[in-house]
Design a protein around this ligand. Structure first.
Ligand code: S3P
Length: 739
C-alpha cells in the first residue's frame, strides 16, 4: 500500500494563512501544502511564489480526500469563519484536525459548537500573536512566527492528538505555544491588542477631521508614528475582531475612559503628583514588559565585559554610605508581595539580585511602584493572590531569589519554572528541593540537582520539623516561606545560627514566629499585614571599606546606618580579633533590625585562627577577609567553611588563585584556607564572574606594589551598584575597561 501523504490545507491566503503555508513549506513540515482562496489571482500568485504546492478554489474539491494526520487551518477573517465551518463539517472526516488563527476565540468556538451541535474533539482553537500592519499575500513572510507566541484554547473535549498536531505545526515554524481558557484569552487580547488598535484608529480619525489636519500631519513627529503605526492595519479584519469580542472590548474601553477622565481632571487641576505617579508607573510597567519578553535581568545588561584596572596605594577617608542590605531587600519584596495592603520600603538595594526578586513578583501580577532612590511601594496581593507568570521566572545571578522563591512557589496554585544565569545554573538546589519534597512539593530539577527548577502548582503542603544539614539561611527561609502555606506548625532547627532576617521581618509583618536559640516555628495559613520596612546599609558591602581602612595606612572611614544584626557581624568580630580598630556608635533598631554607624581606622593586623563559630556570621565577607589576612603579619587559618565552595564561585579557590598571582602564600583545604601574610605584588586576576571576588581584589590594590587588573567584573552590579564611582571618591583608583 502506498504511504499516505501528510497534507496541510490552509483556507485563506492573507498575511497569516500565506505566511504559515510558506513557513511550513520551507521547513518541509508536510508532504503537500494546499491553499484555498476565493480569489483566483491570490491562488495564482501563491503557486507562482512557492507559497503552496497545490491550489483549490473550492474547499469541497479537497476536504473529502483528507484523512488521519491531515490538518486544516482556517485563516479567514473572524466573521467569515462560521460559513467555512458549516461548509467543512459534512465533508471532513473526524480524524482531520481543524484549527483557526482568529484573534477572538469566544465567537469562533461558539460558531463551531453550533454547527457541530457539540464541542468537536477535532477542533483546536488557536491564535498566533504575530502580524503586521501590512496585509494580503504580497506581505507573506516565512519567518513571521519565529519567536512569537501562539495561544491555543482547547476545551476538555478537544482530543490530545489534535492538540499535539497543531502544536507541532506552530513549533515547527518557530513559535512557542501556550494554552489558555477562551474567556481569559478574549479578555487579555481585548486589553492588549484590540484596545490599542481602536485607540490608534480613533486618534488618526480624530486628527484627520481637524480643521488644520494638513498642518497636524506635517508636524506630527515620532510619537504620532509610534502610536499610530497600527492604524494602517486592515479595517475589515479589525472590524470583525471588534464585533466578535464586543463584551470584553467595551469593558476595557470603559476602564480606559475612566482613567482618561482622571488624567484630564488632574491636568486641569494642576495635580502634578497624580500625573507623575501615572506616567512613572506606566514607564516602569512598559520597561518591565520588555524585560519579561526578552528574559533579561532588570538592569540593562552591560553589552561588554568590564574589567577593573586598579592602581596601587591610597587610603580611605571620610563618610561612605553603602547601598541597602541585599538579604533584607529580597525579603521586603517577598513578604510585601504576599501581605495584605501596601508596604513602603526605603533603603532598598537597587542591585541586580534584589531587582530579580522584584521583577519575579511583577511577573506574578504584583504591582510594585518605583524603585527610585531606594524607595519601593509594594501593593501586596495577600498569601493567595499571586498569579501564574507568562513564562519562566528569570532570576539572573541570584541564589537567594531562587532558593527563597522555591519555598513560596511550591505552595501556589500554578506551575512555575525558575531559571538563572550561567553561575546560578551551577548552584546546588537539592538543599531546598529535598525538604520541600518532604513537605509534599512536586519539584523537578536537572539530574545533577541544579536549576532550572520546575515547580508544580496545586499541591497542599504538609508542615515539617526540619533539622538543617548545613548552615544556610536561604534553606531556613525557604522552608519558613513554604510553611506559611502548610497546615499546622513548620519548624526549622539549626545547629549553627544563620542570619535571621526572615524571622525578624515576618514578625514585622505581624506574623507570629516562635523563636528559640536555634529554632524557628510558625503556623501556616495566617495573614501578613503590610508595613514599613527601612532597609539598613549592607554590612557585606560595608565589609570592603572596613578591610580597606584596616589595611591602608592613614585611613579613617565612617559607614553610617549599617545593619549590625548579631547573625551578620562575624566580619567585625574577626577583624577586631586581628587587631582592627573598629568602633560602633549611634546604635538603634529600625524595622526590627539593629543598626549602627561604624568607624574604622587603620591598624596593623595579625593573623589568627578564625573561630568556627564565626564562619556562618561572616559567610559572605570571606573574600575580603582573605585580603585582610594577606596584609596581616603571620598566618590566618580558616576551617569549617565548606559552604564557600558553592557560592557565586568556589570562593576558596577563586581567592587562592588570585592571591597566589599577587605573590601571597596560600594553602587550600577542603573546607578552608591558610594564608600567610606578605607583600602584595600586582597582576592579572579572574574574578570568575563573582561580584565579591572582584571587589575584594580591588581593595587588595591599596596595599599592592603594582597595578591589579581584575577581569569579568560585570556582576558587581548584583550587590553593589555604583561601587567604582563610590570607591574612587573614597580613595581607591579604579578605572573600568570595557572589552
Ligand atoms: C543569604 C544567605 C547566605 C548568603 C547569601 C544570602 C540570604 O547563603 O551567603 O549571600 O539572604 O539568606 P546560604 O544560605 O547559602 O548560606
Amino acid at each position: 500500500m502506498a504511504k499516505k501523504i501528510k497534507r496541510l490545507l490552509v483556507i485563506g491566503l492573507g498575511l497569516i494563512g500565506g505566511s504559515l503555508a510558506k513557513a511550513a513549506k520551507d521547513r518541509n513540515l508536510y508532504d503537500q501544502i494546499i491553499g484555498s482562496s476565493r480569489d483566483y489571482k491570490t491562488l495564482d500568485e501563491a503557486i507562482k511564489t512557492g507559497i503552496i504546492d497545490k491550489a483549490v478554489q473550492d474547499i469541497e474539491d479537497i476536504a473529502t480526500e483528507m484523512g488521519d494526520g491531515d490538518l486544516v487551518v482556517i485563516a479567514v477573517p473572524t466573521l467569515a469563519i462560521p460559513a467555512i465551518i458549516s461548509q467543512l463539517q459534512p465533508l471532513l472526516s473526524e480524524l482531520v484536525t481543524i484549527t483557526d488563527v482568529a484573534s477572538v476565540k469566544g465567537s469562533v468556538v461558539e460558531a463551531v459548537n453550533e454547527v457541530y451541535r457539540c464541542s468537536p474533539s477535532q477542533f483546536v482553537p488557536g491564535h498566533p500573536i504575530a502580524g503586521s500592519e501590512k496585509s494580503g499575500i504580497g506581505a507573506v513572510d516565512a519567518f513571521l512566527f519565529e519567536n512569537h507566541q501562539v495561544i491555543l484554547t482547547p476545551s476538555s473535549a478537544t482530543g490530545c492528538d489534535h492538540i499535539d498536531r497543531v502544536k507541532k505545526l506552530w513549533i515547527g515554524v518557530g513559535a512557542s505555544v501556550s494554552e489558555m481558557k477562551v474567556v481569559d484569552h478574549d479578555e487579555i487580547l481585548a486589553a492588549t491588542s484590540h484596545l490599542p488598535h481602536i485607540l490608534a484608529y480613533a486618534l488618526v480619525d480624530m486628527l484627520s477631521s481637524m480643521r488644520k489636519n494638513q498642518e497636524v500631519f506635517r508636524y506630527a513627529a515620532g510619537g504620532f508614528g509610534d502610536f499610530t503605526r497600527i492604524a494602517a492595519s486592515d479595517p475589515v479584519m479589525w472590524h470583525d475582531i471588534v464585533m466578535a469580542n464586543k463584551k470584553a472590548i467595551t469593558s476595557a474601553l470603559g476602564d480606559l475612559t475612566k482613567h482618561i477622565d482622571f488624567i484630564k481632571q488632574a491636568i486641569s487641576l494642576g495635580d502634578s503628583e497624580y500625573l507623575l505617579d501615572v506616567f512613572a508607573h506606566a514607564r516602569e510597567t512598559r520597561n518591565h514588559f520588555d524585560q519579561m519578553r526578552e528574559n533579561k535581568t532588570y538592569l540593562k545588561p552591560i553589552a561588554q565585559t568590564v574589567d577593573y584596572r586598579v592602581s596601587p596605594g591610597g587610603c580611605i577617608k571620610g563618610k561612605v554610605v553603602v547601598p541597602g542590605d541585599k538579604s533584607i531587600s529580597h525579603r521586603a519584596i517577598i513578604l510585601g508581595s504576599i501581605a495584605n495592603g501596601v508596604t513602603n520600603i526605603s533603603g532598598f538595594l537597587e542591585g541586580e539580585d534584589s531587582l530579580a526578586t522584584l521583577q519575579a513578583f511583577r511577573d506574578m501580577g504584583v504591582v510594585i511602584k518605583r524603585p527610585a532612590k531606594g524607595c519601593v511601594e509594594v501593593h501586596g496581593v495577600g498569601l493567595n493572590g499571586l498569579q501564574a507568570p507568562s513564562g519562566p521566572l528569570y532570576l539572573g545571578n541570584s541564589g537567594t531569589s531562587m532558593r527563597l522563591l522555591s519555598g513560596l512557589l511550591a505552595a501556589q496554585s500554578f506551575d512555575v519554572v525558575l531559571t538563572g544565569d550561567e553561575s546560578l545554573s551551577k548552584r546546588p538546589m537539592e538543599r531546598v528541593v529535598s525538604p520541600l519534597r518532604k513537605m509534599g512539593a512536586v519539584i523537578a530539577m536537572n539530574k545533577n540537582g541544579l536549576p532550572p527548577l520546575k515547580i508544580k502548582g496545586g499541591v497542599d503542603l504538609k508542615a515539617i520539623d526540619y533539622k538543617l544539614p548545613m548552615a544556610s539561611a536561604q534553606v531556613k527561609s525557604c522552608i519558613l516561606l513554604a510553611g506559611l502555606y502548610a497546615k499546622g506548625q513548620t519548624s526549622t532547627i539549626e545547629s549553627v545560627a544563620t542570619r535571621d532576617h526572615t524571622e525578624r521581618m515576618l514578625a514585622g509583618f505581624g506574623y507570629h514566629v516562635d523563636r528559640k536559640e536555634f529554632s524557628a516555628s510558625l503556623r501556616g495559613k495566617g495573614e501578613l499585614k503590610s508595613t514599613i520596612v527601612n532597609v539598613p546599609a549592607d554590612i557585606s558591602s560595608a565589609a570592603f571599606y572596613m578591610v580597606a581602612a584596616s589595611i591602608a595606612p592613614g585611613s579613617d572611614v565612617i559607614l553610617p546606618h549599617v545593619g549590625v544584626n548579631p547573625t551578620r557581624i562575624g566580619v567585625i568580630n574577626i577583624l577586631q580579633m586581628m587587631g582592627a580598630d573598629i568602633r560602633l556608635s549611634n546604635k538603634k533598631e529600625v524595622s526590627g533590625e539593629p543598626v549602627a554607624d561604624i568607624q574604622v581606622r587603620y591598624a596593623p593586623l595579625h593573623g589568627i585562627e578564625i573561630p568556627v563559630d564565626q564562619v556562618a556570621l561572616a559567610i559572605d565577607e570571606f573574600p575580603v577577609l582573605f585580603v585582610a589576612a594577606a596584609c596581616a603579619t603571620g598566618k590566618t587559618i580558616l576551617r569549617g567553611a565548606l559552604e564557600l565552595r558553592v557560592k557565586e564561585s568556589d570562593r576558596i579557590q577563586s581567592m587562592a588563585d588570585g592571591l597566589t598571582v599577587l605573590g601571597i602564600d596560600v594553602t587550600t583545604t577542603p573546607d578552608g584556607i591558610e594564608i600567610e601574610g606578605g607583600s602584595i605584588l600586582g597582576g592579572e586576576i579572574d574574578s570568575k564572574d563573582d561580584h565579591r571576588i572582584a571587589m575584594a581584589f580591588s581593595i587588595a590594590a591599596l596595599r599592592a606594589k603594582e597595578i591589579i587588573l581584575i577581569h569579568n567584573c560585570n556582576n558587581v552590579a548584583t550587590s553593589f551598584p555604583g561601587f567604582v564611582e563610590q570607591a574612587n571618591k573614597s580613595g581607591l583608583s579604579i578605572s573600568e575597561e570595557k572589552r
